[in-house]
Design a protein around this ligand. Structure first.
Ligand SMILES: [Zn+2]
Length: 300
């Protein structure tokens, strides 16, 4: 879709806040984008920022002029502030509201025998009762874990982890996840891994295939605080890319915490990464012996 002309964008900017309902921004409403594919959001961000630039703002920014600032340094926001006629906090607040109308491609790591289950049933939040049942089924189903059964209740009680309850996590950058938090793909549920410990590593690695689910996430489904943090990351990355013309994206350690299930319609794809860094094995590469699950294996 072509971007609206600058005059329309300026009018939108000048409209009273009440006239522009959250998520109704003419640039971001209905727009889907991917963090590591800048061509999907750099033009939109440029168009969105343009009416917020002061008259000498572009000259001040000097697009293409290299600045020796690391990619995750918030100094990029100071560079941007120098170019804006609005306060940076206001700019981030406005972008936070505008992004409520957009969709972002996000990822969820797991280990499964059949990714088709997620396309059919969606992705459920962590339910401790369901997970406990799954844990007992796992121990019952593997002779090598039978010795853990008498102490299982005690182990569950000792794993005092309530942070996942009723929650679901998706990440913005799949590359970053595979390099730094790949244990979700190698071992599956973090809670089951924590309860059983190292004794279960081999068994957990023998079930299913490391899987990355791709989720087309409407950003109004995330908490506005999380969206604001992500809006600031986008502005930093936009400024860095505008200045230091580059062909790589900032590896982003960003996780959205959802307090609702993900419906099947949001799950738009999946893949099975071949090599994953294993934080429980000194970040050595884990090479998956399988590259397909029941859902994607060739039919004979
Ligand atoms: Zn598959």
């Amino acid at each position: 879709m072509p971007l609206p002309p600058i005059e329309t964008r300026i009018q939108t900017l000048l409209a009273p806040a009440s006239a522009l309902a959250k998520g109704d921004d003419i640039i971001w409403k209905g727009h889907g984008f991917i963090w590591k594919a800048p061509e999907t959001w750099m033009p939109q961000m440029t168009a969105w920022l343009e009416p917020r630039f002061r008259s000498a703002g572009w000259k001040k920014l000097s697009p293409g002029k290299f600045r020796d600032i690391t990619c995750d340094d918030t100094e990029w926001l100071e560079v941007l502030q120098d170019c804006l006629k609005v306060d940076l906090d206001t700019c981030i607040d406005d972008l936070t509201a505008a992004l409520a109308g957009a969709r972002l491609w996000t990822y969820h790591g797991c280990r499964t025998e059949d990714a088709g289950l997620y396309f059919r049933d969606g992705l459920q939040r962590h339910d401790r009762q369901t997970m406990t049942r799954r844990l007992y089924d796992l121990v019952d189903g593997h002779e090598t874990l039978a010795w853990l059964k008498p102490s299982l209740e005690q182990k569950i009680a000792r794993t005092d982890n309530t942070i996942d309850l009723g929650r679901l996590y998706v990440v913005v950058d799949d590359d970053f996840m595979i390099e730094t938090a790949g244990h979700y793909l190698i071992y599956g549920s973090e809670w089951i891994l924590a309860v059983l410990g190292q004794a279960a590593h081999q068994v957990l690695k023998s079930i299913g295939v490391p899987t990355l689910l791709e989720i087309d996430l409407p950003l109004d489904a995330v908490a506005s605080g999380d969206r604001r943090e992500f809006a600031a990351d986008l502005l930093m990355e936009w400024t860095r890319r505008a200045c230091n013309v580059t062909d790589w994206h900032t590896p982003l350690n960003f996780t959205f915490c959802l307090e609702q299930d993900i419906p099947p319609a949001w799950i738009v794809g999946h893949s099975h990464p071949a090599r994953i860094e294993d934080q429980f094995d000194d970040f050595r590469a884990y090479v998956s012996p399988r590259s397909t699950c029941r859902h994607c294996e060739p039919q004979s």
